[in-house]
Design a binder for this molecule. Structure first.
Ligand code: HEC
Ligand code: HEC
Length: 297
């Protein structure tokens, strides 16, 4: 992440120089985008249906625990001023502004807008936009049982480079990404008896890194490998179901590569997913048409 930020900062040095000339203009122009004036279209849901144990599993499988820290108290994810400083939020009742309400939680997770009306950055709401009411309720029910954490985190801040990138349209906030896929529906969680639909549902969570069509995508950090092509134009065309299950459980591919769990979250997914879920993902991937990757693999 830091390397990515440094490259961005160098690559946009010219832009940065302009920023210093027109600094007040840029601050003015970026104020709305980075400010707290965003309004979501909340989808009311019944949080009473939430199941704590299932929420615990999903919070690990969907990566919430990775980014929001193991105790969900939040941590500094990007410390890259003059680009940006972005902590993940405290999701426990120990938050400075008080425990998240149902509405605030749903608005952040599925619409990418924070409790204070800011457009969220880095938070992958564009993937969670599909989550069912049941999944959202389960995760919230679990988070309401975790011990309170009071952690002093610095406020989110966009520096001059970050602000210039915002004005140049190079910074995409979660609501921008969601707006780019206007058809993204909230889905009901399909049952295991409909593996293809369940596989489609679960692979929405892979699209942020593997691309909207799962054919591959550039990495966030230019030193990291790109998201692999999961269509039959990639390695998977030669894999069996057992190969796939083995990759998701051990990170070791039939081609002999050991996947880094910090880059490809096979541990979180493989340890938490039920066998029927991994089977469903595999069944769905099998239905994809071969598609060349938009990035070199
Ligand atoms: C890739 C990292 C990442 C993952 C995965 C992630 N988050 Fe976040 N989340 C963030 C960051 C960073 C912020 C703060 C963004 C900002 O301030 O712009 C955030 C903000 C939030 C907020 C807003 C809270 C507030 O104070 O307004 C909620 C709620 C939230 N996340 C819940 C979740 C849940 C639930 C999951 C799992 C389903 C999850 N997050 C997964 C990084 C992540
Ligand atoms: C946080 C980003 C991220 C998410 C989320 C993610 N992946 Fe990956 N995945 C990667 C990257 C990057 C690679 C390539 C790693 C490498 O080449 O070392 C990869 C590699 C893979 C591979 C190996 C492919 C090959 O050709 O060797 C499989 C299989 C895979 N991912 C499946 C999935 C599935 C299924 C999901 C969703 C359930 C998923 N991934 C979610 C980032 C991600």
């Amino acid at each position: 992440m830091k390397v990515w930020l440094r490259r961005l900062a160098i690559g946009l040095g010219v832009l940065a120089a302009l920023v210093f000339i027109a600094i007040s203009g840029v601050y003015g122009l970026s104020a709305a985008a980075v400010g707290n004036n965003h309004v979501g279209k909340p989808h009311p849901f019944n949080s009473a249906i939430g199941r704590v144990a299932e929420g615990e599993r999903l919070a690990a499988m969907y990566g919430c625990m990775e980014c929001h820290d193991r105790d969900f108290g939040g941590k500094l994810l990007i410390d890259g001023l003059p680009f940006a400083r972005v902590p993940s939020s405290n999701l426990t009742a120990g938050r400075e502004s008080g425990a998240l309400t149902d509405e605030q939680f749903e608005q952040a997770v599925r619409h990418g807008i924070g409790a204070d009306g800011r457009a969220l950055f880095v938070m992958p709401s564009a993937e969670y936009v599909y989550l069912s009411d049941q999944d959202v309720a389960d995760i919230l029910a679990y988070l309401r049982t975790v011990p309170t954490v009071e952690r002093a985190l610095p406020a989110r801040k966009f520096g001059p480079v970050g602000r210039a990138l915002v004005v140049a349209g190079k910074v995409q906030f979660a609501p921008d990404l969601i707006a780019a896929t206007p058809d993204a529906p909230r889905l009901a969680r399909p049952s295991g008896t409909d593996p293809l639909r369940l596989g489609y549902y679960l692979t929405r969570l892979c699209t942020g890194c593997h691309g909207p069509e799962l054919a591959g995508a550039p990495p966030m950090d230019p030193n990291a490998p790109p998201g692999a092509n999961l269509t039959p134009a990639g390695h998977l065309k030669n894999w069996t179901r057992e190969d796939f299950l083995n990759v998701m459980r051990t990170g070791r591919t039939p081609e002999g590569k050991q996947l880094d769990p910090q880059i490809m979250p096979w541990q979180a997914i493989g340890q938490q997913a039920q066998p029927s879920e991994l089977d469903a993902v595999w069944a769905y991937l099998q239905t994809l048409q071969p598609k060349p990757s938009p990035v070199q693999q």
